[in-house]
Design a protein around this ligand. Structure first.
Ligand code: MG
Length: 337
């Protein structure tokens, strides 16, 4: 495992690592009130007023961050993110979340988790692993020609980057496997690979290169396709990628919001402005803003997230901003920090 101990910008790195998960959570909570509602105009500023599909309390984050927390806790508890034990903890956490914590849930995730729950209950030997079964059922859905490329694995992927800050290829592998838990379509896995690599570079170097920096991690045919998708995002405003339940459109909406909202160091809205733009994309606003918020938060750090958002954000299973930051620190330290 690589060590981060000699990093010349250790404080900055810790701030940016915390910004990834907190940025995702705050984007989620900012997008919650507007999910599937009338699209905000360019002049309207989103606020964490709650409501939405939950309905949610003001500042409460939704399924995107709830599922990210399931992943983050497994990364905190295991050395190898792709070990059977780590993946099983995540899979079982998803199942408990669906039973006890899910304030809302995407159609495809609901289907896979429901099928997994039934398969495990019917297994009298008790030997089938939860993750193994979940991946098998997701792959079967994809093999049967069902739609398996929703945005649900991308929306929860941010913590994965924190467990592989100096391990580029390992991160891509973990991003793929964790996507396949619920999303059998390789498109969803490819989106997770690209976004996680963008977050990794943002945390380690403060890079704003974005998802293009991970294109070489994809298979050649996928690389060409994604280069085209990213060019489309760079050439059109965020609302051009609505509806955005499809993972490609969700990533395009988030990336478009970031590239079309230029900000600079020291700008008080350097976190908020791109995330507001993501909310204004419309449709699945909390998910697009959570995806964008993870990368913007990683780029500019927790210290760039407005204090009113830090004070308000919260959600299942009881995290507030400080808890999310602590969790981030535990992951980074366990995996080489
Ligand atoms: Mg949501």
């Amino acid at each position: 495992m690589n060590t981060l101990g000699d990093d010349p910008d250790r404080d900055g790195l810790d701030d940016r690592a915390a910004g990834a998960l907190l940025g995702a959570a705050c984007g989620d909570a900012l997008g919650v009130p507007y999910e599937f509602a009338a699209r905000l105009s360019e002049r309207e500023v989103p606020a964490m007023v709650g409501g939405g599909l939950g309905p949610y309390a003001p500042g409460e984050y939704s399924d995107d961050t709830q599922m990210a927390v399931c992943l983050a806790e497994a990364l905190r508890d295991h050395d190898d993110p792709r070990s059977g034990a780590a993946l099983d903890q995540t899979a079982r956490a998803f199942l408990s979340w669906r039973r006890e914590g899910a304030t809302d849930i995407g159609a495809q995730t609901a289907r896979v988790l429901g099928d997994t729950e039934r398969a495990l209950a019917a297994d009298s030997t008790g030997r089938t692993g939860a993750a193994e079964e979940m991946i098998r059922l997701s792959a079967r859905m994809f093999g049967a020609g069902e739609r398996c490329a929703g945005n649900g694995s991308l929306m929860r992927a941010a913590p994965l980057a924190l467990a592989h800050l100096r391990e580029r290829d390992q991160l891509a592998e973990t991003a793929r496997v964790c996507s396949l838990l619920t999303h059998g379509d390789p498109l969803a896995a490819e989106a997770c690979v690209l976004w996680c690599e963008a977050i990794r570079r943002a945390v380690v170097w403060g890079s704003d290169e974005g998802p293009r920096s991970g294109l070489d991690l994809l298979e050649p045919h996928a690389r060409d396709a994604w280069a085209g998708y990213l060019a489309e995002a760079e050439g059109a405003p965020p609302h051009a990628f609505s509806p955005n339940g499809f993972v490609v459109r969700a990533l395009q909406a988030a990336w478009s919001a970031i590239v079309h909202t230029p900000v600079e160091a020291g700008d008080p809205d350097r976190y908020a402005a791109p995330v507001w733009a993501a909310v204004r994309a419309g449709d699945d606003t909390d998910t697009v803003a959570s995806i964008a918020g993870a990368l913007v938060g990683a780029r500019w750090g927790r210290s760039a997230v407005p204090e009113e958002y830090v004070a308000a954000v919260h959600g299942w299973p009881g995290y507030r901003a400080d808890g999310l930051t602590r969790l981030t620190g535990e992951i980074v330290r366990r995996h080489g920090g």
